[in-house]
Design a protein around this ligand. Structure first.
Ligand SMILES: [Zn+2]
Length: 312
């Protein structure tokens, strides 16, 4: 019998100040669409907090100082700077990045301290493509990796599981945790597709689980991959905390990929992860927004994900 669940939503207007060029899919309107959706009556019991400015030193949990310095040194005073064809910086990027890290750390704190059962961070820029020393794929700092290491350092957790259902492979998270058996990284993603990694034979030290999907796959293939490849591994790992790299670009409306998920698939996987969190770690889940580029598909999928996190 599940008791009443308190769900934390972390957000902040500074996430709108990370700007990208006109026509770029990773744009501030993504968060505006989510904000509008979360005005609905059923979300009024969310505990809403402003994302604090994270200590940028926390980025060192996942990145060398040279990477942090490189990002900071490239932030422009005006206009935009491209780090590569996809990844750019604007004057507001530094604060947005600090608050994304701060949101993730605050979410970990409140979940670990039992103030809330679970949390969702509506943040930009995303993070799962950021490797140890490489920004790429719209991502600068690997927020979910920082959150995982922060949870271990602050709360002495032995095992943290990260589930990444973004349609792109989280090459950055895989890279950072490749040799770290205290972390389990599980990903479903379309292959072949950017960034090119994520084959099922990429297994790290036995702590990486890649379950690639193919263009045209939909609910049945996604659920089968989760049921067969991912969920049993999380169960066997017995995590102390589950983090979610919550990208919603496997939605059928998304322009960047060709997987055909619908909102109920996101509710389904959220429930499955909640059941495992209940079994192993008192329901502790922290979910971080990654991709999702069709505003309707994104906002409806986030709503399904959050409504499930809030369920009794
Ligand atoms: Zn993605």
């Amino acid at each position: 019998m599940r008791h009443a669940v308190a769900t934390l939503l972390l957000h902040h207007p500074s996430f709108l100040d990370h700007l990208t060029p006109s026509g770029h899919p990773e744009r501030p309107d993504r968060l505006r669409a989510i904000d509008r959706m979360l005005e609905a009556e059923r979300f009024q019991t969310l505990i809403r907090e402003q994302a604090p400015l994270g200590d940028i030193e926390a980025a060192l949990l996942a990145h060398p100082a040279s990477h942090v310095d490189m990002i900071r040194d490239h932030i422009p005073d005006s206009g935009m700077v491209q780090l590569d064809a996809d990844t750019c910086l604007s004057p507001g990027t530094w604060q947005a990045s600090q608050r994304a890290i701060g949101a993730a750390m605050q979410a970990v704190d409140e979940v670990m301290e039992g103030k809330v059962n679970n949390a969702f961070c509506a943040i930009r820029p995303p993070g799962h493509h950021a490797e140890t020393a490489t920004a790429m794929g719209f991502c600068l700092f690997n927020t979910v990796a920082i959150a995982a290491r922060y949870a271990q350092r602050e709360y002495g957790l032995s095992r943290v599981a990260i589930v990444d259902f973004d349609v792109h492979h989280g090459n950055g998270t895989q890279d950072i945790f490749w040799n770290d058996a205290s972390m389990l990284y599980c990903s479903t993603h379309q292959m072949p597709l950017f960034p090119g990694s994520g084959a099922s034979n990429e297994t790290g030290v036995g702590n990486i689980v890649n379950a690639p999907l193919h263009a045209g796959d939909g609910s049945a293939e996604f659920r089968e991959a989760m049921d067969i490849a991912v969920l049993p591994r999380i169960d066997a790992f017995e995590p102390d905390l589950i983090l979610i790299s919550a990208g919603f670009d496997a939605h059928f409306r998304d322009p960047l990929a060709n997987i055909n998920l619908v909102e109920t698939d996101y509710a389904w996987i959220t429930r499955k992860l909640m059941d495992l969190a209940d079994k192993h770690c008192e329901g502790r889940i922290v979910s971080l927004l990654e991709g999702g580029y069709d505003l309707e598909g994104l906002s409806h999928s986030v709503a399904a994900h959050l409504a499930t996190l809030m369920e009794n």
